[in-house]
Structures are given as C-alpha cells and as structure tokens.
Write a protein that binds this ligand. Sequence first.
Ligand SMILES: NC(=O)c1ccc[n+]([C@@H]2O[C@H](COP(=O)([O-])OP(=O)(O)OC[C@H]3O[C@@H](n4cnc5c(N)ncnc54)[C@H](O)[C@@H]3O)[C@@H](O)[C@H]2O)c1
Length: 245
Amino acid sequence: MGKLAGKVAIITGAAQGMGAAHAKLFVSEGAQVVITDVKQAEGEQLAAALGPDKALFIKQDVASAADWEHVVAATKAQFGQIDILVNNAGITFAKPLQEISEADYIKIFQINQLGTFLGLKAVAKEMVAQHAGSIINVSSLNGLVGGAVGYTDTKFAVRGMTKAAALELAPSGVRVNSIHPGVIETPMISQAGTAEAVKQFAKAIPLRRIAEPEEVSQMVLFLASDDSSYSTGSEFVVDGGMSAQ
Ligand SMILES: NC(=O)c1ccc[n+]([C@@H]2O[C@H](COP(=O)([O-])OP(=O)(O)OC[C@H]3O[C@@H](n4cnc5c(N)ncnc54)[C@H](O)[C@@H]3O)[C@@H](O)[C@H]2O)c1
C-alpha cells in the first residue's frame, strides 16, 4: 500500500516543475491530487495523464481568496476531504534593489507570501475540523540565507508563517512544516536565461550539481505522510549542502 493511500492533497503551482513532480509521486503513493495553477493547458494535461479518478486540475490564482474558496469546495465535492496542502506556487525575479519597482514587489509578495497565507487559512479550517492534516510550505534556501531582494523577503516570511501556524494548529492535530530547496532544475531556473550562470554556480555546491525536482518530492512525501508524524514547525533543507557552508 502506498504511503499516501486514501489521502487527498492539494498542490498549488503544480502544472510544471517541482509541483508536477510532487503530484506524480503523490499519485504513485496512492493519493488523489488536486493540481492548481494559472497555467490551464499544462495543468489539464497533467491531470489527464494521471487519470480522472486520481487527479483534478483547478485553475487558480493563489493570491485570490475567492479562488481558494472555490478550490476547497471543489476538492471536497470531488474527493470528500483535504488531508495535505503543498503551498508550492511561486515566482522569482533577480533584479538589483534600485530596479525593483513597487509593482514588482507587490506581485512577488502577493504570490509567494499572501498566496501561502491564504492557502494555509482556507485549508487549515478544514483540517482542524477533521483533527488531522499536513501542510507543507515551500520556502527556499533563500528563506534561510539571503538572496535576491523581494524573493528572499517572501521566503523568510513563509518560514516564519510556518512556525506561527504550526504552534497554533498543533493542538488540533494539524502539522505545518517548511521545505528549503537549493537550486533545482525546473522551468523557474531554465526559463530565467541563466543556464550558464547556474552551471558555474553548481561548482560551488558541496554536492557539485543542482538537483532534480524528484529529489525534493521525496522530502515533500515524507512530510505529507504519517512517516513525519512528530515533525511540525520545522525546516527541511534539500540543498546539496549549500547552507552548511
Ligand atoms: N527551482 C528552484 O531552484 C527553487 C529553489 C527554491 C525554492 N523554489 C520554490 O519552489 C516552488 C516551485 O518552483 P519551481 O522551480 O517548480 O518553479 P516553476 O516556475 O517551474 O513552477 C511554479 C508554478 O507556479 C505557478 N504559478 C505562478 N504564479 C501563480 C499563481 N498566482 N497562482 C497559481 N500558480 C502560480 C506557475 O504557473 C508554475 O507552474 C516555488 O515556490 C519556488 O519559489 C524553487
């Protein structure tokens, strides 16, 4: 029997990249998965490939409270319950401080930080009522050490939000943890036009390479499953040793 047999998960930003890898692993471990994203075609394609009894795609902007209400209601209508939330959707940009506009800053805040808060709030309500659940918030290595302004700020906030929510929700049997990936081979990295820079950067990683999304999925699976039953409010790092330097 799979580690997630009988469980229902919502994974945001799962049309591609790490979210898609998590969705595939979750289904192979017996879960039913709701994939959400702003990218409709890619999300629908993935859900269809996983099978209609196993996966549902819902178009969602994580920064919209109304969209969250819809995602929670549609998940319950289709699969009956919500056991796992992976707050994965995120964007990045790397601009020097003086080039970041107020609009840039508001946008990254709305998706990475407000989106995580809205998801936590909408889903925790359901999990508290069923006295069980696991929420995994995707922060970053840049939620532990500094990186680009804007991105780093939101990822530190996700880490802090995780601890505050974990303490509040622990008596209700709901666990909340953050994961902190280093550099992972996804469209976020490849589309930034930084392939050469990433190659150079990889030389400074203790394990001397960037990671595949599936290597992060294994950590997310651990946190989603009952294998991590005594872990809450903690940081789980998947960075090839970068933060140890
Ligand atoms: N790739 C890395 O090296 C790395 C490292 C550390 C942390 N992370 C974090 O991991 C998460 C996944 O990143 P990835 O590398 O797979 O990126 P990605 O760009 O491949 O995937 C992110 C997904 O989020 C979706 N998304 C963007 N805005 C959205 C919104 N408003 N509502 C719903 N969905 C939205 C995108 O459409 C995309 O499908 C992000 O939170 C990212 O910050 C990535």
